[in-house]
Design a protein around this ligand. Structure first.
Ligand code: ATP
Ligand code: LTN
Length: 334
């Protein structure tokens, strides 16, 4: 609790360009939840270097991501929007939690397996202990709720296990966090292969809608989206491509799948794909415009970065000192 409010934590990596999946699965929900909780939204750049990054590119992407959080509607006066690397408590707590996490638990993580397969030439220890750093992010702020897409549920589960294990030994140190999965858009799939999630690191640019894509590109990508031969707009398991487009349309318009089926009854895929494209354009346009405006105001963004890093540091240090004391470290020299 902070000032009588429950705490929410979430973060995104500054790798690649954000996709519609990131927006509908995460960012959009963050905005809705920000009235209800004391929120911490981090640009998790420590996580990014588990995969090789070009330093200049990482710096640029991280700043763009932080700016996008604000452009998407998060008020930086009310929400703590900051870079993970500017709060040293994340790395410090992560080390301690590493000593309370088992190799066997980490071995089971599907994201690790996927990324290790993708980056076979660089299976580093950071990639393996990534979920522990994520647990540290969450537990450092005594978070009650963590909004994520479905793909992150396994990491939330391990976070809870680590926290419970620690609490069982040392008393009630950590709040046990709950995941929050939004109803619409929980898992947006690739437009080229509906069995894979839409991902910003996908090599095929047609598979993902990027947040900064212009309207023509968005419409073109939806026109090319993989569907099937049934030629009717129905929400059925055998039609994963169409289900995905219905999910996207619902997340953008607030309609239910039944309403969408009715709306497109008797119509072909062409009409439907165009409608989905237009709905997405309408949702992304204001975000793109605000982003362009914010990029022009360097001093404003710099100010936000500074004040919010200080705020995050304050709360992070509180938990960290408590944990250090519990495990038996001497008091810090000021
Ligand atoms: P990468 O491809 O680099 O692994 P990613 O696109 O999967 O990245 P993350 O940075 O891992 O994105 O995720 C940021 C947030 O967006 C997380 O909360 C994640 O659950 C959510 N998210 C990512 N992809 C999707 C998707 N396709 N559908 C819904 N939510 C998603
Ligand atoms: N692992 C997440 C990003 C992430 C995160 C977090 C999300 C890092 N730390 C803490 C929620 C809470 C991802 O890959 N999407």
């Amino acid at each position: 609790m902070i000032d009588g409010n429950k705490v929410l934590f979430s973060g995104m990596q500054a790798t690649g360009t954000l996709t519609l999946g990131n927006y509908l699965g995460a960012l959009k929900n963050w905005v809705t939840l920000s009235d209800e909780y004391q929120c911490f939204y981090s640009v998790v750049d420590l996580h990014s270097i588990t995969v090789r990054q070009d330093p200049a590119e990482l710096r640029k992407r991280a700043r763009n991501l932080l700016t996008l959080y604000i452009a998407a509607g998060l008020d930086p006066e009310k929400n703590c929007i900051y870079y993970q690397s500017q709060v040293s408590g994340h790395a410090e707590l992560s080390w301690i939690l590493n000593c309370f996490t088992y190799m066997g638990e980490l071995n089971r993580m599907t994201q690790y397996k996927d990324k290790a397969a993708k980056h076979a030439d660089n299976i580093n220890a950071g990639l393996f202990t990534y979920p522990v750093l994520m647990a540290a992010d969450i537990l450092l702020y005594q978070s009650d709720v963590v909004p994520v897409g479905k793909d992150q549920l396994q990491h939330l589960e391990i976070t809870r296990d680590i926290a419970q294990r620690f609490n069982a030994i040392y008393g009630d140190v950590f709040t046990i966090p709950e995941p929050y999965i939004g109803k619409a858009g929980a898992k947006i799939m690739s437009l080229q292969d509906p069995s894979k999630k839409m991902s910003k690191s996908d090599e095929n640019a047609n598979a993902s809608i990027y947040l900064m894509d212009d309207p023509d590109t968005i419409i073109r990508k939806f026109k090319r989206a993989v569907t099937d031969s049934e030629a009717c707009v129905r929400y059925r398991e055998e039609q994963p491509g169409i289900c995905n487009l219905i999910d996207i349309y619902c997340a953008c318009t607030g309609k239910t799948p039944e309403e969408v089926e009715k709306e497109f009854d008797g119509k072909g895929y062409g009409d439907f794909k165009l409608a989905v494209g237009e709905a997405v354009v309408d949702v992304l346009k204001p975000v793109q415009e605000r982003f362009a405006d914010l990029c022009k105001d360097k001093a404003y963004i710099d100010g936000i970065i500074k004040t919010n890093a200080e705020k995050a540091n304050y709360y992070a240090t509180k938990t960290l000192r408590k944990v250090q004391k519990k495990v038996g470290f001497p008091e810090r020299i000021r």
